[in-house]
Design a protein around this ligand. Structure first.
Ligand code: AMP
Ligand code: ZN
Length: 493
């Protein structure tokens, strides 16, 4: 029997602003869509936090036995500067500045994104669709929205008619904005725009002659609106209604609000059962963001090369730091916070080793099964990793008491304790043990030292054929051995 039958998850749904019991549309199956990055620059640690938050949610749902299809897109066109409907495409701008093809920019930062998420031990999604690979689907949705009367064409561009939509369905339902306030607060049109009303948003934009990322459509050679991409890709792979849609809090309005309006306007259904928003990582009191320069890159954390930190931290320590906060809380990035996390993480890893040597008795002095359920309860309560980690430290305390003999445990309970500890630390939180995160240089040097030792033994045994073979084959892969007075050393090129 799958575990989800015995665990009841509650999810904070941004749409209802309440924690709700999670009941997937189809029993046993979960469809989850998370807005992916716009690949025009290196991901910063703030971006990583959001993707890590959904990685843990994905991991926990998988652990409970759900068959989950996790779709996370790559935005490789249509996302303009300032999230606006005017201005330059972020990717095209970077390509222009570097005098290379937009698709070279896309490739470079997609690879960077994958490498970084992999370093943090995030699982890859089930499908990773690109916006440019789904232009046809986007055009089809626009046609339907026009046919249904919720969009209009001006000069080759297509805009969503927010006021018309609001006559039928409330616009602002997710971000809890009132249409009157939106009208009042949006800038008046400056005469340059083709929009009927300033709160309308672009579904399709006619490309100016200098705009290189362009596709043919019934309305013009142009490109899709950013909001439409996610509607097209989520509904294509997960259906017109699916279970979970996630993203950072900053995407709630207008991006996700527009997604709801587009889906409703094209097929009359609210697309998502549970809207989930991860909160922001802040630094020096402000949101971490590329645009303001207030950010730290993951590689700077691993090297320690950034003025905001005093030393280097491993990916697992940075991940542990993030996991210590609940995904809906704002998290302040500080050096002191990372140092504390490093200590905590090391204590957890020591406890993992200590479990293996814990003495067993005929009886247990604590309720191991009760403790195990508190770990599930923490995750069932809107994926509260912060409380989960507090429960894991309860077990660390217990493991230490077993060592000094003040508490006791039966063989069976010890194996439950060990399994639960491993499940939550490695499988659910996605942390990696310190030995696994040892750098590849350490591993390489260990392997070369071993070969040097074997070669020395071969020479002592006068097996010069073998000793030369070791030297030559290492040289062939770029590792030079050098024999000196102090013994053999090596260099790599
Ligand atoms: P972008 O590539 O700018 O669309 O951002 C990718 C994801 O990172 C989105 O889900 C954003 O909400 C999220 N994000 C951006 N800045 C932060 C931050 N400081 N903290 C957490 N998430 C962020
Ligand atoms: Zn999106």
């Amino acid at each position: 029997m799958p575990l989800y039958n015995s665990q009841q998850i509650k999810i904070y749904n941004s749409l209802s602003a309440e924690k709700e019991i999670f009941k997937p549309i189809t029993e046993g199956y979960v469809g989850m869509y998370v807005c992916g990055p716009t690949v025009y620059s290196n991901v910063h640690l703030g971006n990583v936090r959001t993707f890590m938050s959904f990685d843990v949610i994905y991991r926990y749902l998988k652990h409970l036995g759900f068959k989950i299809r996790y779709v996370r897109n790559i935005t490789d066109a249509g996302h303009l500067e300032n999230d606006a409907d005017e201005g330059e495409d972020r990717i095209a701008k970077k390509a222009r500045l570097e005098a290379i093809e937009p698709m070279e920019i896309v490739q470079r930062y997609t690879v960077d994104f994958h490498n970084i998420l992999n370093t943090f031990n995030n699982l890859p999604p089930s499908i990773e669709p690109t916006a440019t690979g789904h232009i046809i689907e986007q055009i089809e949705i626009i046609k339907t929205i026009i046919d249904n009367g919720f969009a209009y064409v001006v000069n080759g561009s297509v805009y969503f008619d927010v006021l018309k939509y609001n006559e039928v369905k409330p616009y602002g339902i997710l971000s809890k904005r009132k249409i009157e306030d939106l009208i009042h607060n949006t800038r008046q049109l400056d005469g340059q725009s083709d929009k009927k009303n300033p709160q309308d948003f672009a579904l399709w934009k006619r490309a100016e002659p200098q705009h290189i990322m362009r596709w043919p459509s019934p309305w013009s050679d142009g490109f899709p609106g950013w909001h439409l991409e996610c509607t097209a890709m989520s509904t294509k792979y997960l259906g017109q209604q699916f279970d979970i849609h996630g993203g950072g809090m900053d995407l709630k309005f207008p991006h996700h609000e527009c997604e709801i309006a587009q889906a409703e306007a094209s097929n009359g259904e609210s697309p998502v059962k549970y809207w989930m928003h991860a909160n922001m990582l802040i630094m020096n009191g402000k949101k971490m963001a590329k645009s303001t320069g207030n950010f730290i890159l993951p590689n700077e954390i691993f090297s320690g090369d950034n003025k905001n930190i005093s030393k280097a931290y491993s990916p697992s320590v940075a991940r542990f730091f993030m996991m210590q906060a609940h995904y809906r809380s704002v998290l302040d990035f500080t050096d002191a916070g990372l140092q504390a996390s490093e200590k905590g993480f090391n204590r957890l890893m020591e406890a993992i080793n200590d479990i293996d040597n814990a003495p067993v008795s005929s009886q247990s002095s604590i309720d191991v099964n009760g403790w195990k359920q508190t770990c599930y309860d923490a995750m069932n309560d809107d994926f509260n990793t912060s409380i989960l980690i507090a429960q894991l430290f309860e077990a660390v305390k217990y493991i230490n008491q077993l060592k000094d003999g003040t508490e006791s445990i039966s063989k069976n309970d010890l194996s439950i304790l060990k399994d639960t500890f491993h499940i939550f630390i490695f499988e659910v939180l996605g942390l990696e043990s310190s030995s696994k995160t040892e750098t590849s240089t350490d591993k390489l040097s260990g392997a070369v030292e071993l070969l040097i030792k074997l070669r020395r033994e071969a020479r002592i045994n006068k097996d010069f054929a073998l000793s030369d073979k070791i030297r030559d084959e290492l040289a062939a892969i770029g590792i030079q051995l050098k024999d000196g007075k102090e013994g053999t050393t090596y260099t790599t090129n």
